[in-house]
Ligand binder design. Structure first.
Ligand code: ADP
Ligand code: GLC
Length: 488
């Protein structure tokens, strides 16, 4: 198939979270399976830095109708293989910024305009580059306008889109792109699109909702999350919309995979020593390097709990911060956290860092290199998420022989098998379900107990995780099946 994949971020060019990892790995996997994939994303020069050198100008004057005028953008390209290219929409007014969506935690005030523009430019780029997609695959609210455009006379008559169906993947329903309705004119669409079957949402525009309503197929990034978002607890008010598409057989849950080349402890260039499931020595050196890097006493015997996370309410790190103090006081353990986000939470983590300098260490910032070291050097990896559409870190950690401790929600529920001594062969981690101090503490103590008193079982859990296949090969075929269903 000919697939156009539209996204606001993709690794390594620009990344704030898992969407970037998926937008790199799944297009790659699909292209290796014989499909022709063109990824379209914005060009953020300040974020790309040296990677700009890998791109070249592909189209100089891309006309983008916008509001009452026409703007001019460029298209840059990084060709990876005959089947895979990344195309970048360059338009400095909107994308030459220090970060993707916000400045130090405050969303850019013109995000509606930025991502209407990006979506319109992506549609124009398909025409300019003469791509002939069978599938237009959009991701989250930032590219959802493409799903709408495809169903409007602005695009449906072009040969390029004649036989094209569209898909939207929901990576996170908590972020919907809700904006003042007066932004509608920027899109070139009239008020007939401002109704309950499309953009209208409590007298505002809701990009995600409209994308879901206009796509031919919709999927969430894990089977459990696909069910959860149909409930008021997890749907962020869009649960009725998801019911609507589910009744029509248009909602799927497809588990994310990981790029097993990028995340491989046997070859990882960021690690001081390499290892694999049959030769674990190197992991000890990684643990020592991690302890050193985070300024903690280097001690092979103390259990290290790692976290790499956006510091957003979704991730439950606030609950972890509250629960952990009692253990820091009473137990011999170490905690390392790599994260950035909510300022209040950053403050609390800094406080714990100051109060327990030998046990608790936090690095506030974004570092790809450190994230690999935390995955490799920790004994356990904690994800106490309030909700987790899929989550990639638990899969990275299992691949690195680091046992995940997770709240059983979304993709965490689907990927981690709770420890059960009677089913040791299958166990890959530890789970709890209620996000309370007690549940978090008890689960951590349970894990410490196995670490100290049942070393053989501990090793077996590590081994099971490392032996599990989390590659895209497992689920890329489900995307192919969904693409085929879009034509039915
Ligand atoms: P989400 O997309 O909700 O943030 P995922 O688990 O799907 O959650 O993906 C998060 C990705 O972002 C992982 O690759 C993780 O390593 C990375 N990440 C998150 N925070 C940081 C950080 N502070 N530094 C480096 N990488 C980070
Ligand atoms: C979102 C979700 C995360 C998921 C990622 C990639 O950012 O929060 O759970 O793994 O998208 O699909």
């Amino acid at each position: 198939m000919n697939i156009v994949w539209v996204t606001s971020e993709a690794a390594p060019y620009a990344k704030t979270g898992g969407l970037a990892d998926v937008s790199a790995a799944l297009p790659k996997a699909l292209s290796e399976r014989g499909h022709k994939v063109s990824v379209i994303m914005p060009y953020y020069p300040q974020v790309f830095k040296d990677l700009t050198a890998k791109t070249s100008l592909r189209y100089e004057l891309l006309g983008v109708p916008f509001g009452w005028t026409e703007e001019w953008a460029q298209v840059r390209e990084h060709k990876i293989s005959d089947n895979l290219s990344f195309f970048f929409i360059a338009y400095d007014l909107y994308f030459d910024r220090p970060s993707l969506y916000d400045f130090q935690g405050t969303e850019y005030g013109d995000n509606a305009a930025r991502f209407i523009f990006f979506s319109r430019a992506a549609m124009q780029a398909v025409l300019a580059l003469d791509l002939k997609p069978d599938i237009l695959h959009c991701n989250d609210w930032t590219s959802a306008f493409c799903n709408i455009y495809l169903k409007t006379p602005l695009y449906w008559d072009f040969d390029n889109f004649k036989n094209c169906k569209s898909v939207i993947t929901i990576h996170n329903i908590g972020y919907q792109g809700v904006f003042d309705k007066n932004n509608l004119f920027l899109s070139g669409l009239g008020w007939e699109y401002f109704n309950h079957t499309c953009l209208e949402y409590h007298d505002k525009l809701n990009f995600m909702k409209a994308g879901i309503m206009t796509a031919d197929m919709v999927n969430a990034v894990s089977p459990t999350y696909a069910k959860e978002i149909m409930t008021p607890d997890y749907g962020f008010t869009l649960d009725p919309v998801l019911h609507h598409v589910s009744w029509r057989g248009k909602l799927k849950g497809i588990l994310n995979g990981i790029d097993q080349d990028e995340w491989n402890p046997a070859t990882d260039k960021f690690l001081p020593a390499k290892y694999d499931k049959d030769k674990m020595e190197g992991k000890k050196a990684c643990k020592a390097a991690l302890q050193k890097e985070f300024g903690l006493p280097v001690n092979p015997d103390v259990p290290v709990f790692g976290i790499v996370s956006r510091l957003a309410s979704q991730k439950g790190i606030d609950a972890f911060g509250n629960a952990i103090e009692n253990l820091l006081y009473n137990e011999d353990l170490q905690v390392v956290i790599l994260g950035t986000g909510d300022k209040e939470l950053e403050g609390h983590l800094n406080y714990l860092n100051g109060k327990y300098p030998d046990k608790f260490s936090v690095y506030l910032g974004f570092s790809n290199k450190l994230s690999h070291l935390v995955e490799a050097g920790s004994d356990f990896f904690v994800m106490p998420s309030r909700y987790e559409p899929c989550g990639l870190n638990q899969m990275y950690s299992m691949r690195y022989g680091t046992i995940p401790i997770v709240r059983g929600t979304g993709g965490l529920e689907d990927t981690v098998v709770n420890y059960d001594p009677a089913a040791l062969d299958k166990s890959t981690g530890f789970k709890f379900y209620i996000l309370s101090d007690e549940a978090i503490r008890n689960t951590l103590k349970w894990a410490i107990g196995i670490y100290r008193n049942e070393p053989e079982n501990f090793k077996k859990i590590v081994y099971n995780g490392m032996a599990t296949d989390f590659s895209w090969d497992r689920t890329a075929s489900e995307y192919e099946a969904m693409y085929n269903e879009a034509f039915k």
